[in-house]
Design a binder for this molecule. Structure first.
Ligand code: ADP
Ligand code: F6P
Length: 323
């Protein structure tokens, strides 16, 4: 029976991490479990930097982006020495279970920690990328979609006003879920993702055909990992090859901030409470997720070894609906 629970928010922060932390702390308190937040993710485990969290510690944070226990990308934890130090600190503090809220890298780190520490480890999918296998959605994805979409709608106003092609770069170095989602919801004429090859000749042909059809704007959504050098490099090449003015717009880290949407708050609250309930049942080395609206557990390794696929139907209808 766990009595002392640790939690970290790790890697690329995402809107909803605070909502998940709040659910973890308050569910733990409901079951008479003490909670310790380690500051700056795995770095905090190595430095033994933590705060004990009570119900008031997580007041008024459900609506806040970022993470009150901060995050980090910690190189030291990629070494066995760093992992061993973290394990020793958890043991010395008599932590029984650790919640890791983060993306695929953080969950890889959790798998490594398990080689050094016998306590229970449960992952929660905290990343805007939505690229973790074992859950339909990750915490932060919905908010990042809405943030990017509001920017795209604004770009479309000026794209309609002046004859130009816009290439809007969204986050997703290794995965095109944000690009796929905002491409369809933003009515983009093209969606470029790391998972699919970019054919410049086809893009130019599509641009020309759109103009011949009388379309007054042409918007491409470019995932940052879809083309070497991203939207800026591709815009330069397309303008050079087509003679059409092509303007890049890099949305960048604005997609990582903002108040989480209702869907992200609901997802984070469900997964946080579920993770604590499962920890109380003794589970370990799994990630809590939601598939077809069912709460599920997935072995930790599978979440980052298996590749989640984009939705081919969205790419099919995007071509038809943007004609
Ligand atoms: P994300 O979790 O958003 O994918 P990162 O890829 O930066 O972000 O991973 C977050 C942290 O997890 C890293 O900074 C590192 O501390 C830890 N980590 C990532 N991969 C590994 C690994 N293979 N072994 C040990 N720790 C890792
Ligand atoms: O993993 C989330 C993410 O926002 C990716 O979409 C993006 O490529 C990366 O983090 C950016 O990393 P950093 O915040 O370290 O620049």
């Amino acid at each position: 029976m766990i009595k002392r629970l640790g939690v970290i928010t790790s890697g690329g922060d995402s809107p909803g991490m605070n909502a998940a932390l709040r659910a973890i702390v308050r569910t733990a308190i409901h079951h008479n479990v003490a909670t310790f937040g380690f500051l700056q993710a795995y770095q905090g485990l190595i430095d033994n930097a933590y705060v004990e969290l009570n119900s008031r510690s997580v007041s008024n944070i459900i609506q806040r982006g970022g993470t009150i226990i901060r995050s980090a990308r910690c190189k030291a934890f990629k070494t066995p020495e760093g992992q061993a130090q973290a394990a020793a600190n958890l043991t010395a503090l008599e932590i029984d279970a650790l919640m890791v809220i983060g993306g695929d890298g953080s969950l890889q780190g959790a798998t490594k920690l398990a080689e050094h520490w016998p306590g229970q480890i449960i992952g929660l999918p905290g990343t805007i990328d939505n690229d973790l296998w074992g859950t339909d959605y990750t915490i932060g994805y919905f908010t990042a979609l809405d943030t990017a979409l509001h920017a795209i709608d604004k770009i479309r106003d000026t794209a309609d006003a002046i004859d130009r092609v816009f290439l809007i770069e969204v986050m997703g170095r290794m995965a095109g879920f944000i690009a796929e989602g905002v491409g369809v919801s933003g009515g983009a004429e093209a969606i470029l993702v790391p998972e699919r090859p970019v054919d410049v000749d086809v893009l130019i042909q599509d641009m020309n055909q759109a103009k011949q059809k009388g379309k007054v704007s042409f918007i491409m959504i470019v995932a940052e990992g879809a083309y070497p050098g991203g939207a800026s490099a591709l815009a330069h090449l397309l303008e050079e090859r087509s003679g059409v003015e092509c303007k890049p717009c890099i949305l960048g880290h604005v997609q990582r901030g903002g108040s989480p949407t209702a869907l992200d708050r609901i997802l984070a609250s469900k997964l946080g409470a579920f993770a604590v309930e499962q920890a109380l049942l003794g589970v370990s080395n799994v990630m809590a997720g939601i598939i077809n609206n069912e709460l599920v557990l997935t072995p930790m390794e599978q979440t980052w070894q298996n590749k989640k696929s984009l939705d081919p139907y969205l790419f099919k209808i995007q071509k038809i609906l943007s004609q």
